[in-house]
Design a protein around this ligand. Structure first.
Ligand code: ADP
Ligand code: MG
Length: 697
């Protein structure tokens, strides 16, 4: 039962539009609303008035501090708390929060990555209020969503390029919609729905695994005798402990105005999913950050640990994030909606073709945007989309595009006849709810679902890329459509543009099994990019075509792109280095001592019983070989790390890490895993995969 309290509580911790309307003087509210709708800029007086109302609301709701809540390039969020209360001139306490504090903050920026954008003599960075995303209260702190930039205005975060890309897409899309005849549309905006996967394990297990604590993933662990073969977890009943946790998560999210919807078990044991209802891209990305925080926080309260890593367990399905993307007009039309007659819906066809062109032109950027060190364990590994970018459209849309390409007249009647859709629902493309789960980008009825994202990633950059490439594609179409006087000429020209795009970019369309080895060959034949690792995709940021794309749309300067390439490379190296050091520690401090213990125990038994047993001798040999193997690999690991220290270029160094360090870690791991399968259970005291995945949930 959804009780009254729930409804009353919904959004109670958000300074929502409704609250603004209620609490702000009408001219102030209207001014804010106009600015959100791309009309004019927010002046200081308006900001002051909003700050005043916001402070009152926050204090009434128990907030004592405020913070600019921002998303530095670390991937998580950052905040610096300031108290509302200040001494007045006479020393009396005073509640103060001015328009200036609302608009601008000066956190100490020196500990955030900047890729050289912030010279050491000017370590300051500034945060500026993003008035388009609502402020909210968490743990007594008023959080003000903000962008984070350097002294010179260069972006040091993930939100500022996102906002710029939303503007670029707005301009381009509004142009196209207006040219195609809908003059009433004033602005367009991307909307996004993010499905979030995660694992839950008992906190006690988590606390006894140094690898989980330091690297967020297990660096070793033998495959359990039962994994996910029986498919009994997917949509199975949710364990009551998890159910309680989810209830708590939902309550927390509802208070923050987030409609958390689906909650079901995923493919792997211990794996779950949460999907809020879509909203504009900026808010959706903010909300996803909040969701990740809430999941982790709530898990702790329930004595659980929430693992957001892409691949916490080898051999077991990893976690992703699905980015459902479409573009809306200010009057509520979805530009990817096929309507009842898609074959005649020129605007829809233009948007689909613009998307196809965008994706086929920038697959490397998309691949980069959806990757990190963790996602390297998933992409292309038969559980997630392959690392090759392709689009699945479904037969229905594909057939329409094919007929355009072949100049075959196709009427809506033909489509219906051809595809024999379900009775009474003929206007719904019968396979629009794509179940081809292997495609990295699937058209699902009225949106594209980008399925490559890693679960722990911020969704900002993938959306920066989607918005930017779509903006460029739409601008090019608008350029070609401008100058025609009559609507019919514009429509004819639009169809011709679509035909050319299909001809040139049809190679990106693929409906088959993306996990198959044939696809890899076929994709190579089609000339599609197949970038094997995250680090190798990082250089896509500084390719000439990317520089041209982002600088011409004013989303990134060339300097900012180089800085990002540097930051991502450096982060990659750091991640792998932490994994290497952690595994070495675990091997030296835990695993080898366990092996020695095991050996001592066997030796004791042997001398006590005075027996010669084949199994026992073999076991002794095996374990002592394991010890030698591990220590030998650790020596190689140390030597390799030292030999790479002289590399000055982090991108080159990162590639070396991928091709030289990662395989050593794999070798050490496989020895540890082999040992686990024969270890004395009374000695092997580290939580195993079976413990973590199947017990205590
Ligand atoms: P799935 O079958 O993959 O679980 P759902 O239909 O449950 O897909 O939707 C997944 C996500 O897509 C949800 O977050 C939902 O709000 C979002 N979504 C639905 N329609 C749109 C749209 N037009 N644009 C963007 N996101 C959308
Ligand atoms: Mg999905």
């Amino acid at each position: 039962m959804l009780d009254k309290n729930l409804i009353e509580d919904f959004g109670s911790m958000v300074f929502s539009e409704k609250l603004m309307e209620e609490r702000l003087p009408n001219p102030v509210y209207r001014k804010w609303k106009q600015t959100v709708a791309y009309e004019g800029t927010l002046d200081r007086q308006t900001a002051d008035a909003i700050a005043h109302a916001m402070k009152r609301w926050a204090c009434e709701n128990g907030a004592t501090h405020f913070t600019h809540w921002f998303q530095p390039m670390t991937g998580s969020t950052a905040q610096k708390h300031d108290a509302f209360i200040e001494p007045s001139e006479t020393g009396e306490p005073l509640l103060r929060f001015s328009g200036k504090s609302l608009i601008k903050g000066e956190p100490d920026a020196s500990s955030f990555p900047s890729g050289g954008l912030r010279a050491t003599f000017e370590a300051r960075g500034y945060t500026y209020w993003d008035f388009k995303s609502p402020a909210f209260i968490r743990d007594g702190v008023l959080c003000i969503p903000s962008v984070f930039v350097s002294y010179n205005g260069e972006s040091l975060d993930k939100k500022s390029p996102l906002l710029k890309s939303i503007d670029a897409l707005n301009k381009a899309s509004t142009r196209v919609v207006n040219i195609l005849g809908d003059k009433d549309v004033k602005y367009c905006y991307p909307v996004v729905g993010l499905e979030q996967e995660y694992f839950l394990i008992d906190k006690e297990y988590y606390d006894s695994r140094l690898d989980l604590i330091l690297c967020n993933r297990t660096l070793f662990g033998a495959i359990p005798s039962k994994a996910q073969e029986l498919d009994d977890h997917y949509f199975g009943s949710i364990p009551s402990r998890v159910h309680e946790f989810m209830k708590d998560v939902n309550n927390e999210l509802w208070k923050l105005g987030i409609y958390a919807k689906a909650e079901h078990n995923e493919v792997a044991p211990g794996q779950f999913e949460l999907a809020p209802i879509f909203s504009n891209a900026n808010i959706a990305v903010d909300q996803n950050q909040i969701i990740m925080d809430v999941l982790k926080e709530c898990a702790k309260k329930h004595n659980l640990a929430c693992l957001l890593h892409e691949k916490p367990f080898d051999h077991i399905n990893g976690s992703g994030k699905h980015n459902n993307f479409s573009i809306m007009t200010d009057d509520g039309q979805n530009l990817f909606s096929p309507g009842d007659k898609p074959a005649e819906n020129i605007r829809f066809l233009v948007y689909i073709c613009a998307f196809i062109k965008a994706i086929d032109t920038y697959p490397e950027l998309l691949r980069m945007s959806a990757s990190n060190a963790g996602n390297d364990h998933r992409l292309g590994a038969n559980e997630a989309p392959p690392a090759i970018i392709s689009i699945y459209l479904g037969n229905y849309i594909e057939n329409i595009l094919y007929s355009i390409y072949k100049d075959k007249k196709i009427t809506d009647k033909d489509e219906k006849k051809d595809f024999n859709p379900i009775n009474g629902l003929s206007y719904i493309p019968h396979d629009n709810a794509d179940r081809n789960r292997t495609s990295p980008l699937a058209f699902t009825g009225n949106k594209f679902e980008f399925r490559m994202l890693g679960s722990s990633q911020s969704a900002a950059i993938p959306n920066v890329v989607l918005n930017s490439i779509m903006a460029e594609s739409l601008n090019e179409i608008a350029d070609q459509l401008e100058g025609f006087k009559y609507l019919q000429d514009i429509r004819d020209k639009a169809m011709l543009i679509c035909k050319n795009i299909i001809k040139e970019h049809k190679r990106i369309i693929f409906s088959g099994d993306g996990y198959s080895s044939e696809w890899i060959k076929e994709a190579a034949r089609r000339g599609l990019a197949n970038i094997p690792s995250f680090i190798e995709s990082v250089s896509s940021l500084i390719e000439p075509k990317a520089i041209k794309l982002f600088t011409s749309l004013n989303i990134f300067s060339e300097k900012e792109l180089y800085a990002r390439e540097e930051i991502l490379s450096e982060q990659y190296i750091k991640t792998i280095l932490i994994e290497a050091k952690t595994l070495k520690r675990i091997a030296n401090n835990q695993i080898i001592p366990l092996m020695i213990n095991d050996l001592q125990n066997i030796a004791k038994t042997q001398s006590l019983l005075k027996i010669k047993n084949k199994y026992i001798s073999e076991k002794i040999n095996k374990i002592s070989t394991f010890i030698d193997d591990i220590s030998e690999q650790i020596t190689i690991l140390d030597e390799t790390i030292s030999s790479l220290e002289s590399y000055k270029d982090n991108f080159e160094k990162g590639k070396k890490y991928y091709y030289e360090i990662c395989p050593i870690l794999e070798k050490i791991r496989s020895t540890i895993d082999e040992y686990e399968t024969i270890a004395d259970i009374n000695i092997y005291n580290i939580p195993t995969y079976s413990d973590m995945l199947f017990k205590k949930l």
